[in-house]
Design a protein around this ligand. Sequence first.
Ligand code: AMP
Length: 580
Amino acid sequence: MEAKWYEEGLKMIEELTSNAEQIQDDLLKGILSRNAGTQYLRRFLHGQTDKQYFKENVPIVSYEDLKPYIDRIANGETSDILLAEPITAFFMSSGTSGGQPKLMPVTAEVAQLWAMFRTLYESPVMKHFGDLNKSGKRMEFMFARPEIETPGGLKATSVTTSIFKENGFIAMLPKLYTSPVETIFCPETQQSLYCQLLFGLIQRGEVAMVGSFFAATVLRAIKFLENHWQEMCSDIKTGQISHRITDIGCRNAASLIMKPNPALADLIEDICNSKSWEGIIRKVWPKARYVGCICTGVMEQYTTELEFYSGGLPLVSALYASSEAFCGINLEPLCKPSDVSYTFVPNMAYFEFLPVKNDGNEYIEMGSKNEVTETVDLVNVKLGHCYELLVTTSRGLYRCKIGDVLMVTGFHNNAPQFQFVKRQNVAISVDQEKTSEADLFKAVTEAKALLDPIGFILTEYTSYADTSSAPGHYVLFWELKEKEGNHCTEPDPKIMVECCVRMEESLHYTYKIYRKKNIIAPLEIRVVKQGSFEALMDYYVSKGASFSQYKRPSCIKSKEALKILDSVVIGKFFSPKPPL
Ligand code: AMP
């Protein structure tokens, strides 16, 4: 009998994880022998390709260190200053550098690597839930991001968008997914989401999984359904798509699929009309076996609500990947989101691990305080220890930090398994955007300049990621003081609204894109009474923070701390329009 594709995938996982050390060493050797002559590596390697020499001489870097090379290539220089293979495009990461998206070189090998990674991360999932390719369709919410062209003529887009553009993906879409390609590439997110939900409802009997890349998107989609199901049911009843959909591609796709189906509309109406939406995903899509989306890291904040809607369907986080490299797969798809570990795949990149010390809530890089430290190889990491991940790829990243802290939770054969601990240097995030303390500080600095002419000073601020409603939004708590006198009158609301606008305009590229697409809701400033930040400090000190070393958090995570600030709010102001 013909072996199932995912059984082949499972076999491959066993082979790769059993030979992790050899595969890693061979991979590095290959990368160095091909790239040692590039302008970047030549300076450090002088033609050597030995692993030890590489570790002793090539510096550990972050994106900023490689950026001058990447920028030169983006501006038209040949890619061999950094990597031997020709660059075919760039991935735009959700991380930013100086307000601009980070650009990661892409070469021809990426498509093959992704195809293999996809087989590997889907195999354990199919083992548990059966072969979805045979038994139904995936209702995955997918959104292509805009593509930009660099001055040198190379295209830059997100990893997911580049996957959506692959011919192989487009060819299998009608058979395996409920969303037509036109809806994925529709530039209007709201229209795209409306159509993807509508087509998912029409094909409800075939839907075998519901999902998206990240948990936040699934939640956003369900909440959108909560607000629009009546309209969608009316579309299904009449076989005509709502006038709100003006995108030609979406309307054409609808005309191919839709015909009047009053019985289906009534059925969905009945389900959606129920008082509680608990378990709605299971009720609307009764054949769905799981909800597939990343639920770890910053997405963990959405799991409780998603569990409410999913009605006991397992939430499956299948993979851990970034624009820099595809990294790990989840071998236990039924595991609770808080317990998920990712097994590293040794042929995806050469991985090194920089030990970090867990110092309370701070993860401090060892070696950052004059301690000499060495990176640890993939197979030599220690159970229970935390590390920052470095990758070396044949795509021009050499010992590059990707900014994630991971903890070793076990091994599968010889490949370690990691829990995602946190993202370094991210203060606030409500979706995939990453806003650092420095990003926040810059935006606050720009905005508070507006207070000066009206005689106010910003004395303290902090932030909070409010995800209680979808989409989530940034809340800034501001404590103000009048320049003259001690009592504080309310500042001019018009100026405060202007401060919200200025903040959004001063935030980074990814924030602005997400805001324009309504993936992030309007930024809010909550002005608090004078003395509120002292009360906040008292709270943290009462919880064990050192009085002398107290540093106000750049983002509030604790519910109690939030309560303290929320109880003293004297004014709330929202940005009225997306930033330019
Ligand atoms: P990007 O480069 O924009 O694709 O973002 C990649 C980043 O998203 C990673 O470096 C992680 O910080 C985060 N990420 C990706 N997959 C996961 C996951 N499974 N769990 C937690 N965070 C993740």
